[in-house]
Design a protein around this ligand. Structure first.
Ligand code: EPU
Length: 337
């Protein structure tokens, strides 16, 4: 383990932005991480912890220490029909999901092909196709940045919400997640409520799907709609789906009867940001090297050689026009650095 200086972050972010970190280190174990946290360079500089770099927009050089997590490994513990699967923070999320699907452990199959790592998944409670990780999350281990001490977090302590957790709010920048345990089932019911999953199963003539069928169906839906970060730089959904009050919703739906919406249990309404952006004419549009994806307006793409600032400015134009047309404020989902 060696702290390097002036390192390009181009290989480490899926938006493919080329900025430099003043200091950079990769840690392969909890002990190495604790050593780095105790070092003078760490104590004297701001730090940024990098997972898969798939939910990140780098807008300028980072004048501090980037710690890249390399802590890997998967372990399984079975107990009374339940399976506890622990993944090291640096395991690629989709590899972890594939491992569970192959072993026929149910619970993560709807989250197939989400970019990122196991350690990053709880930070924003990743979700897709009617499932969020909070549904199968058991616990996680994290190292406190200030002290280097290990702490275990239960489900309740993580305060999971839609694309949110305690690690994005009260404990932001205080802990580094090193491993996560999921409680999966051997004979669970599959979650097939999401329309796109049902349609695709029907297309394939599948009546009683297996865990693997669901995973394959989700993969095909995602591949058809979302750009592959290995060929075109992107960070998945760039904005969150906005939530508005019932009053605001009732006014808007009068003016836009076609507006895609989901009623929430608390009386509020969630709107589809992709729909709002498309209605403002942004779908597939490009300005300079920044654009929105042709099949999903919620995903911003680096059309080639864009700077992070260029993509950020492009996202501001989208926020502005959605605000003007619908009076709805879009919030960025990706981390901006
Ligand atoms: N829509 C449009 N135009 C668009 C995009 C979407 O009209 O350009 C409409 C769709 O027709 C649909 C609705 O918006 O009626 C919702 O679209 P979709 O099912 O694609 O899901 P989403 O709300 O846009 C969310 C997550 C995705 C996740 C999908 C599937 C957020 C911010 N995004 O997208 O997560 O894969 O649901 O569950 O919640 C991510 O976070 O990076 C991500 C890709």
């Amino acid at each position: 383990m060696q702290i390097q200086t002036n390192v390009s972050l181009l290989p480490f972010n899926t938006f493919r932005i080329n900025v430099n970190a003043k200091y950079f280190v990769e840690v392969k174990s909890i002990v190495e991480l604790q050593e780095v946290l105790a070092s003078d360079i760490c104590k004297e500089n701001k730090i940024f912890v990098l997972g898969g770099g798939s939910n990140l927009l780098l807008t300028k050089d980072f004048d501090g220490l980037v710690i890249r997590l390399g802590i890997k490994g998967i372990t399984v513990c079975e107990q009374d029909g339940e399976v506890f699967v622990e993944g090291g923070a640096a395991e690629v999320w989709n590899d972890f999901v594939s491992y569970c699907v192959e072993k026929e452990f149910a619970g993560l199959e709807n989250l197939t092909l989400i970019p990122g790592t196991v350690g990053a998944a709880p930070v924003q409670n990743i979700g897709a196709y009617g499932v969020e990780i909070k549904d199968t999350f058991h616990s996680l281990l994290a190292v406190e940045i200030k002290t280097g001490m290990l702490k275990s977090f239960s489900l309740a302590e993580c305060n999971f919400e839609y694309r949110d957790s305690v690690f994005k709010s009260a404990l932001k920048n205080q802990y580094i997640i090193v491993s996560v345990v999921f409680k999966l089932q051997k004979n669970a019911e599959l979650k097939l409520t999401y329309g796109a999953i049902q349609d695709e199963l029907k297309n394939r003539g599948i009546v009683n799907p297996t865990i693997k069928d669901v995973s394959e169906v989700v993969a095909s839906i995602r591949v058809a709609k979302l750009p592959d970060p290995s060929t075109i730089g992107n960070s998945g959904s760039f904005f969150k789906n906005p939530v508005i009050s019932k009053d605001a919703f009732q006014q808007l739906i009068l003016a836009f009867p076609e507006m895609v919406n989901f009623a929430l249990p608390n009386g509020n309404y969630k709107l589809a940001a992709g729909w709002l952006i498309e209605q403002c004419g942004w779908k597939g549009k490009q300005i300079g090297n920044a654009g929105t994806w042709k099949n999903q307006a919620l995903v911003l793409v680096n059309c080639g050689g864009a700077s992070g600032q260029e993509i950020f400015d492009f996202s501001s134009l989208i926020i502005q026009s959605v605000k003007e047309k619908f009076g709805v404020i879009l919030e960025r989902e990706v981390n901006i650095l």
